[in-house]
Design a protein around this ligand. Sequence first.
Ligand SMILES: Cc1cc2nc3c(=O)[nH]c(=O)nc-3n(C[C@H](O)[C@H](O)[C@H](O)COP(=O)(O)OP(=O)(O)OC[C@H]3O[C@@H](n4cnc5c(N)ncnc54)[C@H](O)[C@@H]3O)c2cc1C
Length: 307
Amino acid sequence: MTQAGTIPGFSGTVLANEPMARHTSFRIGGPADLLAVPRSESDVVSAVRWAIEKSLPLTVLGNGTNVLVADRGIRGLVLLMDRNLAEIRIEGHVVYAEAGAPLLKVAMQSARAGLSGLEFAEGIPGSLGGGIFMNAGTSLGEVKDSLIDVRAVTWSGDAATVPVDDLGLAYRSSRIAELGLIVVSARFGLRPSSKEEINAAMERLRSHRVSNQPHWARSAGCVFKNTERGSTGRLLDESGAKGMRRGGAVVSVLHANFIVNEGGATAEDVAGLMREMAELVLRKTGVALTPEVRFIGDWDAPVWDNR
Ligand SMILES: Cc1cc2nc3c(=O)[nH]c(=O)nc-3n(C[C@H](O)[C@H](O)[C@H](O)COP(=O)(O)OP(=O)(O)OC[C@H]3O[C@@H](n4cnc5c(N)ncnc54)[C@H](O)[C@@H]3O)c2cc1C
């Protein structure tokens, strides 16, 4: 149901009781009480201030490619930063993009302009905002290598520009939640390079991914972070995790750090399977795994205790 006019000053779409399975790459997740899709920074400010006034919990999502949303869904207001907030502009060596722009699209437009620094984004299906929050990356680099600053709305409803050094970007993590920030746009400083070299680097990444990952399947990419022992996919594989199953959730036979929803998997199936995988690796190798996927919404107690 569309609830136009629910949030004063908000020009985007507002949906009530919206199934989050429609907005996650796992295709899993119960309903959000309210889901608002902003078109501008001022929409984000209006939504945040309204949520504060109504004492509603606030959740921010991008393209939903690194989250496991609870079967009971999400209480309060979800702000979905998607293609309605997705301008990309290139000025000299600086790329400006809004949070809902697909990270890969930002990388491809930069490549076309002969600007190097975002090649690593080949095959990452998330939004720019989610990419910054996760400090997304691959063997070719990560967001923090070229990010200059972000424009953000604070959880108290004020807008601010925050330099990259204040965001605490580290391996697949940031201090953005701790700082109470919603990323609205960002600037990257790139280097001029030959388009052929940029495209060749992206093509190498693409062909590696196509043969090593179930990139077409309903998944959230790697569910666990790598550890000081290197690739967690390899640790899981050597521990015998491939093919483990719970309900409709199965550990990919192509890449042992991917859980695939083969159809009808619940969030509980995936979380339960993750616990079994982590227990297996701990038993076989002594290494404790940390989830990369973010648990969002109305779960019983903390889903994981070492995050
Ligand atoms: C097939 C596949 C392959 C993948 N490969 C890779 C890979 O190679 N490397 C890699 O790093 N990741 C990979 N991922 C994971 C995922 O795509 C990235 O983590 C991506 O950056 C998440 O972006 P998103 O927009 O989907 O974020 P979401 O999943 O929507 O959100 C992730 C987190 O970011 C927060 N967030 C989102 N947007 C904002 C915002 N605007 N402001 C503040 N907080 C925000 C959310 O609250 C949440 O906690 C892969 C996923 C899939 C499905």
